[in-house]
Design a protein around this ligand. Structure first.
Ligand code: IMP
Length: 430
C-alpha cells in the first residue's frame, strides 16, 4: 500500500488534524516527521478538549500506531505532559514510538529562543518560544543531544557538558542571563529517560517493515509549506522542512514509497508571527474571518492574521509538494461575504508575477491582483454533499481548483467530523 503525506499548503493551521482524523481509519501508522511542540492541534474527547503539540492527531484511534520520527525535535517534558493528559482521559499512549535519532529540546534552547528574539527587537520573527530554532541549530552544528542519549546517561552527561559550556558562555556574556546548571538538567532528564525508555525505537525500520507488509502509513506534516526553512518566506519561517520531501528525511523513507500527497488549505489564508503576507486584510473582511473562524493559535493563543485566498502561493505549494489532491477547510467561514476574492497574481513595479517571485523583496512589497466572485449568504455548516452548497459557493471551489490545478477531494464546512464533504474532483483538473 502506498504511503501518504499530509502537508500544510499555506502558513500552518490549515486544519490538518481533521484530515488526519478522517484518514486514520485507513492507516496503521501515523508518523510526524518534522517540527516540535511549536505545532498544535485540538482533540475533543468525551466533551473534554485536549491541546496536543507533539503526539500525532490519530491518538484517539487505538488501532493506529503513533510515531514521532527522527526529524522532529522533542521537548520531553511536553511529551510526558501530553501522555499524562491523555492517560487522565483514559486514552492510551502505550503504542507511541519515538525515534532514537530525534533531537531533544533542552532548557537552554528555550531560554535562547526567548532572548534571541528579544535581541532582534523590531526584526523579531515571532517564534513560538519553544526552543525549536536553537534545537535545530545544534543538530546542524552537531552538538545536539538525541533521544537515544537518554538510554545512556553517561554519554548524555558528556554531551551535555560540551553543549552547556558554550551555551552558558553565550547566555551570560551575550545575553546577560544566569548560567544553567548541568546537574539539575541531568537529574531532570534522567526522570524523562525513565518514562520514555520503552517508547524509543528505530522508527525508520518500523516504517519500512510496515511498508513491506502493505500497511497504511500517513506522514503527518506540521506547520506549512510557506514556513519551510528552504522554500518558505525566509527568515520568517520555522527551522525544519514541512514540505512533502521532508517526510523522506524526517522519517527515514525513500521517495519512491510515497505516491499520495494531500495538501490542506483553508478557503482563505491565515498566518501567525511576523513576515510578508500579500493578501492580508487589515480591514473588516480580515477581522470577520478571524472572528468567525476563531483564528487564535493553539500553541501561543496569538491572534492569527487573516486574508483572502492566494492562488499564487497555492500553486507554489502544489509544485513544491507534488500535491495530488487538496483538502479545502473552513469554507463555512466565507459565508455571508457580499463578494469573495482570490489573488491570481502579484504586481510589483509595473511587472506582473503569476508565480512565486524569485526575490523576497518583491514578495514583501508586491500587491495582489484579485479576481472577485459573488459571495453566498447561506449557512453551509449542514452541507454533506457538493450539491448542498449554494451555486456561488460551488463556483468558488471550482475556480480554486481551476487556478491551482489540483483536484479538491475533501471540503470541510465546520469543525465536527461529519461536517465534511468527500467530493469527486469538481472540475476537469482530475
Ligand atoms: P518557531 O517554529 O517557533 O521557530 O517559529 C517560527 C515561525 O513559525 C513563527 O512565525 C511562528 O508563528 C510560526 N509557526 C511555528 N509553528 C507554527 C504552527 O504550527 N502554525 C503556524 N505557525 C507556526
Amino acid at each position: 500500500m502506498p504511503a501518504t503525506v499530509l502537508v500544510g499548503a499555506q502558513w500552518g493551521d490549515e486544519g490538518k488534524g481533521k484530515t488526519t482524523d478522517l484518514l486514520a481509519p485507513e492507516m496503521d501508522l501515523v508518523v510526524r516527521y518534522q517540527g516540535g511542540n511549536n505545532a498544535g492541534h485540538t482533540v475533543v474527547h468525551d466533551g473534554t478538549t485536549l491541546r496536543l503539540h507533539l503526539i500525532p492527531s490519530s491518538i484517539l484511534r487505538p488501532e493506529v500506531t503513533p510515531v514521532i520520527g527522527n526529524g522532529v525535535v522533542i521537548d520531553p517534558k511536553t511529551l510526558i505532559e501530553e501522555m499524562d493528559a491523555l492517560a487522565a482521559q483514559g486514552i492510551s499512549t502505550e503504542r507511541l514510538l519515538v525515534s532514537g535519532n530525534a533531537h531533544l529540546i533542552m532548557p537552554y534552547h528555550r531560554v535562547l529562543d526567548r532572548v534571541t528574539e528579544r535581541h532582534l527587537g523590531r526584526a523579531q520573527l515571532g517564534t513560538t518560544r519553544r526552543g525549536i530554532g536553537p534545537a535545530y541549530a545544534d543538530k546542524a552544528s552537531r552538538i545536539g543531544l538525541r533521544v537515544q542519549d537518554l538510554l545512556d546517561m553517561k554519554i548524555f552527561a558528556k554531551k551535555l557538558e560540551v553543549a552547556l559550556k558554550e551555551k552558558n558562555a553565550v547566555l551570560s556574556r551575550v545575553y546577560n542571563q544566569l548560567p544553567l546548571d548541568a546537574k539539575e538538567i541531568q537529574a531532570e532528564y534522567e526522570g524523562f529517560a525513565a518514562r520514555l525508555e520503552r517508547h524509543i525505537a528505530d522508527t525508520s525500520l518500523v516504517v519500512w517493515r510496515a511498508l513491506r507488509d502493505g500497511q497504511g502509513i500517513l506522514f503527518e506534516g506540521a506547520q506549512g509549506t510557506l514556513l519551510d526553512v528552504d522554500h518558505g518566506t525566509y527568515p520568517f519561517v520555522t527551522s525544519s522542512n514541512p514540505i512533502a520531501g521532508g517526510a523522506c528525511t524526517g522519517a527515514g523513507v525513500g521517495p519512491r514509497e510515497i505516491d499520495r500527497i494531500i495538501g490542506v488549505t483553508k478557503a482563505y489564508v491565515t498566518r501567525v508571527g511576523a513576515g510578508p503576507f500579500p493578501t492580508e486584510d487589515l480591514g473588516p473582511d480580515g477581522e470577520r474571518m478571524g472572528a468567525v473562524g476563531q483564528e487564535f493559535g493553539v500553541t501561543t493563543g496569538r491572534k492569527r492574521r487573516c486574508g483572502w485566498f492566494d492562488a499564487v502561493l497555492l500553486r507554489y505549494a502544489a509544485r513544491l509538494n507534488s500535491l495530488t489532491e487538496l483538502h479545502l477547510t473552513k469554507l463555512d467561514v466565507l459565508s455571508g461575504f457580499e463578494r469573495v476574492r482570490i489573488a491570481v497574481a502579484y504586481r510589483h513595479e509595473g511587472e506582473t508575477y503569476d508565480e512565486f517571485p524569485p526575490h523576497q523583496s518583491i514578495f514583501h512589497k508586491c500587491e495582489p491582483v484579485y479576481e472577485e466572485m459573488p459571495g453566498w449568504r447561506e449557512d453551509i455548516g449542514g452541507a454533506r454533499e457538493l450539491r448542498d452548497l449554494p451555486p456561488a459557493c460551488r463556483a468558488y471551489v471550482l475556480r480554486l481548483e481551476e487556478i491551482t490545478r489540483v483536484p479538491v477531494t475533501v471540503i470541510s464546512v465546520g469543525p465536527a467530523r461529519e461536517q465534511t464533504l468527500r467530493v469527486e474532483p469538481v472540475s476537469v483538473v482530475a
